[in-house]
Design a protein around this ligand. Structure first.
Ligand SMILES: Cc1ncc(COP(=O)(O)O)c(C=O)c1O
Length: 388
């Protein structure tokens, strides 16, 4: 008799190594230790006041029922206006499918565009959950090796070599988690040209859009209407727990995406949607821009400080709030190094193994989600740890 048997796919999902770091960091904090958290991929800001107020008002007014599966019409219009005014691209509201976070959008995308037993190409390293969303769809990710000296960009010249009859498409992210790399318009255009020739789809995850400090902050939607794009209120708008994102699909995929959205999650959270309409007001956007500048100042502190302590950042970290650092000069095992650093100096980082395979043991991800003085303190502690 089979008892307590989980589905096989659960076994294919590797637990995150950072969970061990998080658990230990919590334990140390509960013992009164001063832990500096640079491991969490979440802004240390909350939703801008006007947005939070709009959420409260929605609750008070009882706007708490399901919405249409693809999202509140006024939110879809606000997102469409945002694309027009900020990114000079026309995206009809009908093409915007509002989802429970970018996570919901990725799940929707995997269900919409990938058949069981197919694979999707993505760079190594990349956002780890992508692989798991594909497993959920009965498919799998095929990680393509990259190099720090090329900014962790997948070599498009080798795309055809990595492509097979079972490849459904290519998933990219810009700015990237965990590297902070920003892809250029020329790169995305070339990727799209090649993917189209190969007969696949291209998805660009733009969840860190707006958090660009060097290079062009653009949307891949301005390259072609047939490119799929994901975004979210989690990062630029600092609304992680509001669980709201979106997927932009080509006209021909609207009906299929709508059907799936209705079945997978009925609708994204309605209170969050009412609040998010307010996110595109000039005062809110002005505050988000101020926060971007704050993030950039932190980035510069970190880049300079890492250089000083002998952990130079080889690949450009031009966006998001991450720096992906090669620690192979001081350790051959980034995970063990992260655990020892936490134990000794109470600084929490994420080991590279959570993001990829090739060279993952050499890398750690820093998230600059605490203020400048805390970053300086973290750098001083790491410097002490390296020489100890
Ligand atoms: C690249 C990338 N995509 C998607 C997500 C999921 O974000 P959310 O579901 O909060 O919108 C994250 C979260 O860190 C991410 O880094």
């Amino acid at each position: 008799m089979k008892k307590h048997k989980l589905a096989e796919r659960v076994g294919q999902i590797a637990p995150f190594q950072v969970m061990a770091i998080l658990a230990r960091a919590k334990e140390l904090a509960s013992q009164g230790e001063d832990v500096i958290h640079l491991e969490i991929g979440e802004p240390d800001f909350v939703a801008v006041e006007g947005v939070a107020d709009a959420g409260v008002l929605a609750i008070q007014q009882g706007k708490t029922g399901y919405t249409s599966a693809t999202g509140l019409p006024e939110l879809k219009c606000a997102i469409s206006d945002y694309y027009r005014t900020r990114y000079q691209v026309e995206v009809s509201p009908e093409r915007i499918i509002v989802t429970p976070g970018a996570s919901g959008a990725l799940l929707l995308m995997a269900s919409l565009m990938v058949n069981p037993a197919e694979d999707v190409l993505m760079p190594d390293p990349c956002y780890p959950c992508n692989r798991h969303f594909l497993i959920q769809a009965g498919a799998k990710a095929k990680l393509v090796e990259t190099n720090a000296c090329n900014g962790f960009e997948m070599d498009l010249g080798a795309l055809a070599d990595n492509w097979s009859d079972s490849t459904a498409g290519l998933w990219l992210a810009s700015p990237s988690n965990p590297t902070g790399a920003v892809l250029s318009r020329a790169y995305i255009s070339e990727a799209w040209e090649k993917v189209r020739e190969l007969g696949g789809h291209l998805l660009v995850d733009e969840i860190y859009q707006g958090l660009v400090y060097e290079g062009e902050d653009f949307s891949s939607l301005s390259i072609d209407d047939d490119i799929f794009v994901i975004n979210s209120f989690s990062k630029y708008f600092a609304m992680t727990g509001w669980r709201l994102g979106w997927l932009v699909v080509p006209e021909w995929a609207i009906e299929g995406a709508t059907k799936l959205a209705q079945n997978l999650y009925i609708s994204a959270p309605s209170v969050s949607q009412h609040a998010a309409v307010r996110a595109f007001s000039p005062d809110v956007l002005a505050e988000c821009e101020e926060r971007r500048q704050t993030m950039n100042a932190r980035r510069l502190i970190l880049l300079e400080g890492l250089q000083e302590i002998g952990l130079p950042v080889v690949a450009p970290a031009h966006g998001a709030f991450y720096v992906y650092v090669d620690v192979s000069g001081v350790t051959q095992d980034a995970m063990a190094w992260c655990l020892a650093l936490l134990e000794k100096e109470k600084v929490a980082l994420t080991p590279g193994a959570d993001f990829g395979i090739k060279d993952a043991h050499k890398y750690v991800r820093f998230a600059y989600t605490c203020d400048g003085p805390r970053l300086q303190e973290a750098l001083a502690r790491i410097a002490r740890f390296i020489v100890s």
